[in-house]
Design a protein around this ligand. Structure first.
Ligand code: 26M
Length: 820
């Protein structure tokens, strides 16, 4: 029976109004006159959500009927950002909603601004996953994102006396209007226990896992609409719940209290996102999270989505993409299912498994590579450890066969590390268990194959490939920069939004004086918009008429926020010393946004230092207001969307060879900021595309870094020979920024002088000189604007649509299935 006769999706002003009012009254249970912003937002969000459901249902039905090959993107993080505007854009209902609300004397912008974003990610890796599922939907690729529905996302950052203090992100307390719980599709996930050998009916030896604990994984679905397609994909996030069967024995034994306690233990699994994004802590709960979401996702895909008894064709039906090593326990899990549950032989199971998984690496830092102690893994997942051992045995057999007598190589390549403790090297397991391994920018993929995984790329050169990251132009241009979008629409038509190569058509407009004036006006308006927001959000007052110099990203030593700070202190020091008159300074607003992992001492000290320098510089009469530092707390996607369109200068200043790609760099360039950057990550490709004359390159390149490391790096020598650097460091040590306390920042300063692992001092001179060139260049309005326009025109490559096309061509081979 066709139920569409009785219902309809709210796509006209009248039906939108009607559904909105119905939501308000019958779901929120309030009258329009009594409704709080919360009620109005909830009703609006649910109205827009309902407009996506028909496409969502049709997409699932069509994929199932066509037995379409599906991309399953496994990621511990999806940093989605606010949902309402994006859903309106994708359903083309923005103007319908605006009018419908206006007729009720309500303001759409006020309600979109009310939304609190789901912060289910740390930074680049999580945001990339969100851009990728947007592009997969826009390209009508059958795809599903699998992850964790953390009850608490990334912490909310506050500053107390300039120091970071973390507050819990209770994003779910009022409920999320965007999710659809599906408890009937819950699956069980097991932990602990032991394994047993037995012989099956045919007399064959078999193994079974006898777990000790079980947890229920409850799926919550988020619709992922695609721009200009009816297809709506699914993001399925898992929430942990205690099973009923959970502690029957304990209940029976009458120990009610400890039964309830064990229940909270189970539900802790999806409680909180781990905020460390570079040094895995080896925490048991984190491993449980990883297995929890991966086991639930595989079970869901195989039993609920696929519903197919024959798994021999699995690689033609699904491809599991591992977003870093966090989901790599899926490799032994699929092996366990095929061997122990489906009764396949090892060789067939291994062939299927390897052909189903692919692995994306996001780092080069050795300390960021995940390892799990054999001890912990064996306790939590005894069967998986056995399988990993067997995978390793076979793999090392191949290594010995290929390189007879090379036992040193065997030890280097072993999936099991022996020292400092026996542990599983997850990146090695991912590499061995996958068909393709990719880095996230050209330079990164090169270094991955030549350094981090060199033995593996020597053994399997064809396994290694590159897919340069990208960002979604829907969110990071069309939605976040309506001024620029309107200008682009007029100049080159509207087709760029899902075909970003069309930005090339903008190139001739760089030489058009009246277009440049309009472009400049948009940038100025964006600054004013940002200034208004910051006054409102943080009580920070800023001039709009200045060079906006922006560094936003997680706080990490390798990203070198300290280098940016030394530059700012240098500018101040020059004025204090009378080397530069304040009135000759180019007015500049330096914006920082950065969260530090709560246990990362150095990062937190740097945040404190930035805030203390800001407090002094912002009130220094000598500077006559020409240099301002803004460090709004709690940088997130919502703030990024306002800040990036306002930027003139994008700071991408990591030590060469350390930043895998960067994606902020792409967002800035696409919004008409010029980059000051090192030859690192995707900066390399940005510079190649925009041209040297439209990019401020500075610092050592990767081979130079390597050479300096090999010669022996001595940071103090730079301090000794460079008066500017000495001036900046001495000013910090003088106590000027710490009420006369000369030791306040010793932790930071002595590290810089005596260790400086990321060579801040070595690149200081080049950076400051290049910043001086930036200042001169900015004064030539026309030349600067020309460069900014060329940055937009030449960076269409960095759309995540292109990244996804590269994944499809090189790795996934899953055809698009647009629904009628
Ligand atoms: C691992 C174990 C335990 C707890 C947390 C983690 C973990 C979480 C996030 C480790 C790393 C995480 O993120 C790393 C990340 O964001 N990497 C960035 O990925 C971007 C997308 O590819 C790149 O552009 C950045 O260069 C890279 O730093």
């Amino acid at each position: 029976e066709n139920i569409e006769r009785f219902i309809s999706s709210p796509t006209t002003v009248e039906s939108f109004k009607s559904e909105f009012c119905r939501q308000l009254r019958y779901e929120q249970g309030v009258d329009l006159v009594d409704a709080r912003t919360e009620d109005l937002y909830q009703a609006l969000a649910r109205t827009v959500r309902s407009a996506m459901v028909d496409g969502w249902i049709a997409t699932q039905a069509s994929h199932r009927a066509a037995k379409a090959k599906t991309v399953a993107y496994l990621s511990a993080e999806f940093l989605m950002g606010p949902q309402l505007e994006n859903a309106l854009l994708s359903t083309a209902l923005t103007e319908v909603a605006r009018t419908a609300l206006a007729e009720l004397e309500l303001d759409l912008d006020e309600l979109t601004a009310y939304e609190t974003e789901p912060g289910l990610g740390n930074g680049g890796l999580g945001r990339l996953a969100a851009c990728f599922i947007d592009s997969l939907a826009a390209k009508s690729i059958p795809a599903i994102g699998y992850g964790i529905r953390y009850e608490y996302g990334i912490f909310r950052q506050t500053f107390v006396d300039g120091r970071q203090v973390e507050q819990p992100d209770r994003w779910l307390v009022k409920g999320s209007p965007w999710e659809l719980a599906q408890p009937e599709n819950s699956v069980t996930v097991n932990f602990g226990g032991h394994t047993e050998q037995y012989t099956d009916e045919t007399g064959a030896p078999r193994t079974r896992w006898v777990p000790a604990e079980q947890v229920l994984a409850v799926p919550y679905n988020y619709m992922v609409p695609g721009f200009e397609t009816r297809n709506v994909n699914t993001l399925r996030l898992w929430s942990a719940k205690a099973t009923d069967a959970f502690d029957l024995q304990i209940f029976n034994s009458g120990d009610y209290e400890s039964a309830v306690r064990r229940q909270t233990v189970a539900e802790n699994i999806s409680k909180v996102l781990y905020p460390e994004d570079s040094t895995p802590q080896g925490k048991e709960l984190r491993l449980k999270q990883q297995y929890f979401f991966v086991a639930a996702s595989l079970r869901d895909y195989l039993d609920t989505v696929l519903r197919d008894d024959d798994l021999s064709t699995l690689p033609e039906r699904v491809v599991f993409q591992l977003n870093d090593t966090h989901p790599v326990i899926g490799v032994p899990e699929l092996m366990r299912i095929l061997l122990d549950e489906r009764g396949l032989g090892w060789d067939e199971a291994w062939d299927i498994t390897r052909r189903t998984f692919n692995y994306t690496c996001h780092t080069l830092l050795p300390e960021a590579l995940e390892v799990w102690s054999v001890d912990l893994l064996g306790r939590l997942l005894p069967r998986h450890l056995e399988i990993i051992y067997r995978i390793n045995e076979d793999f090392l057999g191949l290594v010995r066969e290929t390189y007879p007598g090379d036992e040193l190589r065997v030890r280097r390549m072993s999936i099991i590390q022996e020292r400092p403790e026996r542990a599983v090297r997850m990146a090695f397991l991912a590499t061995v268990g996958s068909t393709k391994v990719n880095g996230v920018a050209a330079l990164h993929s090169q270094l991955l194959a030549d350094k981090v995984l060199d033995d593996f790329s020597a053994l399997w050169p064809e396994k290694f490939t590159n897919v340069t990251n990208g960002v979604t132009p829907r969110r990071f241009m069309r939605l976040s920069n309506p001024g620029l979008s309107g200008l682009l629409d007029e100049a080159i038509g509207t087709g760029w939004t899902n075909d970003l190569a069309q930005l090339a058509k903008l190139e001739p407009f760089a030489d058009d004086a009246s277009f440049r004036a309009e472009f400049r006006a948009v940038k100025q308006a964006n600054k004013e918009r940002f200034v208004r927001l910051l006054a409102q959000r943080d009580g920070i007052e800023l001039p709009a008429d200045a060079l906006y110099d922006v560094m936003v990203k997680r706080l990490h030593e390798y990203k070198r926020q300290m280098l940016k700070l030394l530059h700012v202190v240098t500018l101040y020091d020059r004025v204090l010393k009378g080397e530069v008159k304040a009135s000759d300074l180019q007015p500049r607003v330096v914006v920082f946004g950065a969260k530090a992992a709560p246990g990362y001492k150095m990062a937190k000290e740097i945040i404190h230092l930035i805030n203390r320098v800001a407090a002094v510089v912002n009130n220094a009469p000598e500077l006559e207001g020409r240099l301002r530092i803004a460090f709004p707390a709690n940088y997130n996607v919502t703030l990024a969307e306002r800040l990036i369109p306002a930027a003139d200068l994008s700071e991408q200043i990591s030590l060469a060879g350390k930043e895998a790609s960067g994606t902020g760099n792409m967002k800035f360039a696409l919004n008409g900021a010029l980059t000051i950057g090192t030859d690192d990550g995707a900066n390399v490709e940005i510079r190649q595309l925009v041209g040297d004359e439209n990019f401020f390159l500075f610092g050592m390149d990767e081979p130079a870094v390597q050479a300096l490391e090999d010669r022996g790096y001595n940071p103090t020598s730079y301090y000794e020979v460079d008066a500017g650097l000495r001036g900046a460091i001495d000013l910090i040590s003088s106590g000027l920024f710490s009420d006369g306390d000369r030791t306040a920042f010793e932790f930071v300063i002595s590290d810089l002088l005596y260790k400086d692992r990321f060579m801040v001092l070595a690149d200081y001179r080049s950076y400051v000189d290049t910043q001086d060139r930036v200042e001169v260049a900015y004064r030539d309005e026309d030349a600067w604007t020309r460069s900014a326009i060329l940055n937009v025109a030449r960076t269409g490559f960095f759309t995540s649509d292109r990244s996804i096309q590269d994944y499809l061509d090189r790795i996934w081979h899953a055809p698009a299935k647009p629904i009628a």
